[in-house]
Ligand binder design. Structure first.
Ligand code: ZN
Length: 299
């Protein structure tokens, strides 16, 4: 045994794999019998998950013990997953890899399907503990193509996206490999939200907000604050597949801050904080007067 490395005992490895499988399942990283987990238990031996079982409901005696050359030493009712080849290749490529977690987390798998790597410097945790995550080309699950496709990257990265398949992460311990897989999915989620999901909001106009305030008033509700509104309505066009309206370019997007419930009312006469950056003074005045007229006319 390598004195520089502390390997878990077989019993510890079995227990940790069951626990990480449970977390993987609870976090919706896998469906049905997807995913696989492994860790080294000495220089030439790993403990890994069996084929054909849900990762959320495994037992310790189901684990497969095998050598890095693929020879099975012991197993429960089932042999190793066909994707164990990928794990073995990671251990053979990098002596620092002590554990590997593979799953199909929905957001990172979506990036893998889109053929997009995760490579934006957007927050420290992802950058420090995970780093960038390349997306390697497609190979059929369980084929020898997958280990070959990841091999060039194992020494330089901590995780990879597998095109049209899923994600894999490795690390110096089972828990750290799992944390990297978790961090990878979180990173993918943040990239999706910030850059790929919406990127635009049609904020209600001051007229529309005024109308809602009057309804609320009639219902006797006096709490709830007043949200900021948009000077002009931006939701008046039907959006029909194949007939998209002329869209705003990203650099033409406007954002309006939302007021939190209970905040002091803003100073504008309509009770809103209209963005006036693209309006002339005359336009703003006209809108304000219209809102005041509508509000006062109903009182
Ligand atoms: Zn897979």
């Amino acid at each position: 045994m390598n004195e520089l490395k502390k390997y878990p005992t077989d019993a510890e490895a079995r227990k940790m794999i069951v626990e990480i499988g449970r977390r993987m399942y609870m976090k919706n990283f896998v469906a049905a019998n997807d995913g696989n987990i492994s860790c080294k238990v000495d220089d030439d031996t790993i403990m890994t998950t069996p084929t054909g079982v849900s990762k959320g409901f495994m037992s310790e005696d189901e684990m497969v013990k095998m050598r890095l050359d693929g020879t099975v030493i012991s197993q429960g009712d089932r042999g190793p997953s066909s994707e164990a080849k990928m794990h073995l290749r990671i251990y053979n490529e990098s002596k620092d890899a002590m554990a590997v977690c593979h799953a199909h987390p929905p957001i990172s798998t979506s990036f893998a399907i889109a053929g997009m790597s995760l490579d934006r410097a957007i927050y420290p945790e992802a950058l420090v503990n995970l780093g960038t995550v390349p997306c390697v080309h497609y190979e059929a699950p369980g084929s020898q193509g997958i280990p070959d496709s990841i091999a060039p990257y194992v020494r330089d990265y901590n995780a990879l996206l597998l095109a049209n398949h899923g994600a894999v992460a490795w690390g110096p311990s089972l828990m750290e490999a799992w944390y990297r897989l978790e961090a990878l999915e979180h990173y993918a989620m943040v990239i999706m939200y910030t850059g790929n999901i919406i990127g635009k909001a049609n904020v209600l106009s001051c007229d529309q907000v005024g109308e809602l305030l009057r309804i609320r008033e009639r219902m006797g509700i006096t709490t709830g604050g007043i949200p900021a509104c948009a000077a002009r309505p931006s939701n008046t066009v039907d959006v029909v597949a194949g007939h998209s309206p002329v869209g705003e370019k990203p650099d033409g997007l406007k954002t309006y801050g939302l007021k939190t419930y209970g905040q002091k009312e803003p100073e504008s006469p309509c009770g809103c904080a209209a963005g006036s950056d693209s309006l002339s003074e005359a336009e703003l005045k006209q809108i304000t007067q219209a809102v005041i007229a509508r509000l006062s006319g109903k009182k």
